[in-house]
Write a protein that binds this ligand. Structure first.
Ligand code: FMN
Ligand code: SF4
Length: 416
């Protein structure tokens, strides 16, 4: 079922006319006739889980924001899309920006936000964000944005903010710092962004991913219960956009029911592995997730199943590796990224990611010993749950799992 991508193959899928011809902007007047609290209740029923990485229930997050008595309240959109392997938010903004805009207005109405900020990586300035800006301008002209939207009395203005390319600015509190004009350093939590004192300009703030918000029109149109049933696993509603890359015949962004197995995603959507390729390993949810093996490809891809299996659904970036890949090389690559992107505030992360990267580079250069492999695992364990934000855990998880599941690849490169 295509809830978000139905228009993507049409010419000018991004145009206002195309969106309206397929039922676009019908959810907004319906939503504006509901009480904001009713919208939140539908979102709770929908079992929509945040698509940015953590999979937090969106309805619950909005409930927290609504409970706060301090105004103004904000909704900040996370369009940073920094997790390696992830390229689905860009596609939404390029191919169906109006669906996102409609979802954004509904979300802002639900949390009573009158000024929203869209935080986007600078690389998208001349592509996805241009499309988004055009869509926002068109929405203003049509009365879907701005003062007294569709005569409802609800006012909303939007501001687009560009990051300068730091992965850490996708972490929600670093993003708030960046929007406020400071260096992108994650904040200590609590207070959380949803609560007074923790959000944008210290006000209650819902931070939401682009895809999360793009799901609002289908939720309002279908109703929360119907939307929830589309997901294959309880408490994981709707469809998900999987950004698939690696040694598959047809890499791309695929919309599939939330919780589809990695095997089915590969065979039914991506045309299977390339000629001559045999599946060896899968990154299930972006570079920060623990790797899984070909034998584990039947696992469901939802947030709860993968958490129980000690990995994560993360940002929906799925990478299929074939037999030609030595996983030590793959891990060295991943770790160079994390070492480069650590913001440096916490010693276990700053020193740990750099140390792991140095050791892995030594191993793949053929200069390592078995003890170095053991040390990579040991250092990764010491980094867990000790830092201000989840970047360190996101570096430790692949480090541990690549070694636990593919130790032979590491041993093949080292001396006794
Ligand atoms: C290091 C790091 C980078 C992140 N990068 C992104 C990102 O690029 N885009 C995103 O939507 N969420 C990212 N997140 C998750 C956000 O902190 C936050 O959970 C998310 O934007 C909330 O939106 P959601 O509930 O709709 O998923 C990142 C988290 C961490 C720890
Ligand atoms: S865990 Fe790493 S990225 Fe996150 S705040 Fe600490 S040093 Fe910065």
């Amino acid at each position: 079922m295509k809830l978000l991508t139905g228009d993507w193959d049409k010419p000018n899928s991004w145009a206002l006319d195309t969106y309206k011809a397929s039922g676009g902007y019908k959810a907004l007047p319906k939503a504006l006739k509901m009480q904001p609290q009713q919208i939140v209740e539908e979102v709770v029923k929908s079992n929509l889980r945040g698509r940015g990485g953590a999979g937090f229930p969106t309805g619950m997050k909005w409930t927290f924001v609504r409970k706060e008595t301090s105004f103004p309240k904000y909704l900040v959109v996370n369009a940073d899309e920094g997790e390696p392997g992830t390229f689905k938010d860009r596609e939404i903004l390029l191919k169906s920006p109006h669906m996102f805009v409609e979802g954004l207005v509904i979300g802002c109405y639900a949390v009573e936000c009158h000024r929203t900020y869209v935080y986007c990586r600078g690389e998208f300035r001349d592509s996805a964000m241009k499309r988004l800006q055009t869509a926002i301008d068109e929405a203003y002209a049509q009365g879907y944005f701005g003062k007294n939207i569709l005569g409802s009395g609800f006012d909303l203005e939007a501001h687009c903010v560009f990051g300068a390319g730091a992965y850490i600015c996708g972490e929600e509190t670093a993003m708030l710092e960046s929007i406020e004009g400071r260096k992108g350093y994650p904040r200590l939590k609590p207070p959380f962004p949803a609560n007074a004192g923790g959000g944008l300009f210290k006000q209650p703030t819902a931070v939401n991913n682009v895809e999360t918000l793009a799901n609002m029109p289908p939720i309002i149109n279908l109703g929360g219960d119907e939307y929830s049933k589309i997901g294959l696993v309880p408490k994981n509603g709707g469809t998900r956009l999987y950004a698939v890359s690696g040694h598959v015949k047809k890499p791309g962004v695929y919309e599939a029911p939330m919780g589809i197995s990695f095997r089915k995603l590969l065979d039914d959507y991506c045309g299977g592995m390339r000629e001559g390729s045999t599946l060896k390993a899968i990154i299930p949810g972006g570079a920060s997730s623990a790797i899984i093996t070909a034998e584990e490809a039947d696992w469901a891809s939802d947030f709860d199943t993968l958490k129980a299996k000690k990995t994560m659904a993360g940002s929906g970036a799925v990478v299929y590796f074939d037999q030609t890949v030595n996983m030590a090389h793959a891990l060295a690559n991943v770790m160079r990224f994390f070492a480069h992107e650590s913001c440096g505030q916490c010693t276990p992360c700053r020193e740990g990611t750099a140390w792991l990267s140095r050791l892995l580079d030594k191993i793949v250069a053929g200069k390592g010993a078995k003890l170095d492999v053991d040390n990579v695992h040991q250092i990764a364990r010491q980094m867990e749950m000790k830092t201000i934000c989840a970047l360190a855990d996101g570096a430790a998880m692949p480090a541990k799992s690549y070694i636990e599941k593919f130790r032979a690849d590491f041993d093949a490169l080292v001396r006794g």
